[in-house]
Design a protein around this ligand. Structure first.
Ligand code: CP
Length: 324
């Protein structure tokens, strides 16, 4: 079964959301359009719509998270779902329970959706292959593989400011090698027709085969930034580095840190983005992170509407189960 088959029901509607790879432009635009309609909900006095009333959503975060976990939880609550966030540190996982047994036991509580973050690439796909037909699985980040809702909130943020994707040059800067965000963003930006996608970073942090995804490699930040419309800075994923990928944080910042001076090489209205968490003084200076071109906190806000869109769309899938 292909990744596309696993994600979509027989009518081509979203069932699981595991990766951007294989999804078409119309579906990505439909997620953004649906998120647009939910953005106004988050600005109302009563920030709720009854779309998922009676549904139960379980957040399973086997890795740390601030933005993704809280925005998924808020999104579920704003859709009126019942939402549980399992604390993995105090769960039976610490007693040796397998991932599949954890899923089977929570499934026995008649839940409707799992939102999963896991350190292992492929964990969300694995769960999606084993759950009952009515259950949806949303990937909230798996290893180095994919972080599809992050990519969607990023392209949604870009579309708000620069809607003509075909005219854009986007520079993705930093630790591409260990980044699930970069991989999902490249797929989303390509599918949406972005003119030029650059990946910029030291040789040790750019996978040699990344050009097969249709990007241009730059190992010099100044040339990588020149005339860019959008700059996406990535975090140095030290928890995934087993060896000396960079000489030191100080040297990395000197060569690849985004400073106010370097930002002037991009277009004057270039957007500065970062999925978070930021390492200030390593990936970028505070003047840039907090400056007028930064949309970093807008990305966080948009995460709620995008996650509301993905969860509500997935809950409309046809499970193939017919009433007896
Ligand atoms: N962008 C992102 O995934 O942040 P968290 O790790 O805080 O969820």
């Amino acid at each position: 079964m292909t990744k596309r088959d696993l994600q979509l029901d027989e009518h081509g509607r979203l069932r699981h959301f595991l990766t951007i790879e294989g999804l078409n432009r119309a579906l990505l635009e439909s997620i953004m359009d649906t998120a647009e309609s939910f953005a106004s909900v988050t600005e109302q006095t009563v920030k709720k719509v009854p779309l998922l009333r009676g549904k139960t959503i379980v957040n399973l975060f086997f890795e740390t998270s601030t933005r993704t976990r809280t925005t998924f939880e808020l999104a579920a609550k704003r859709l009126s779902a019942d939402v549980l966030t399992v604390n993995i540190a105090t769960s039976a996982t610490t007693k040796g329970e397998s991932l599949l047994d954890t899923i089977r036991n929570i499934e026995a509580m008649h839940v409707d959706m799992f939102v999963v973050r896991h350190a292992h690439s492929g964990a969300a796909h694995f769960i999606a292959r084993h759950v009952a037909p009515h259950i949806s699985v949303i990937n909230a980040g798996d290893g180095r593989h994919a972080h599809p809702t992050q990519a969607m909130l990023d392209v949604f943020t870009i579309r708000k400011h620069k809607p003509d994707f075909g005219k854009l040059t986007v520079a993705i800067v930093g630790d591409v090698l260990h980044s699930r965000v970069a991989r999902s963003e490249i797929h989303a930006l390509r599918t949406l027709g972005v003119r030029e996608i650059r990946v910029v970073g030291p040789r040790t942090l750019i996978p040699s085969d990344i050009e097969t995804l249709g990007v241009r490699i730059h190992h010099d930040l100044d040339t990588g930034l020149r005339e860019a419309d959008v700059i996406i800075m990535l975090r140095l994923q030290r928890e995934r580095m087993s060896g000396g990928f960079i000489p030191s944080a100080h040297e990395y910042y000197a060569r690849f840190g985004l400073t106010a001076a370097r930002l002037t090489l991009a277009k004057p209205d270039a957007m500065v983005m970062h999925p978070g968490p930021i390492n200030r003084g390593v990936e970028m200076e505070s003047r840039v992170a907090d400056g007028s071109q930064s949309v970093i906190l807008q990305q966080v806000t948009h995460g709620i509407a995008i996650r509301m869109a993905v969860m509500s769309m997935a809950m409309q899938h046809d499970s193939g189960e017919r009433p007896a």
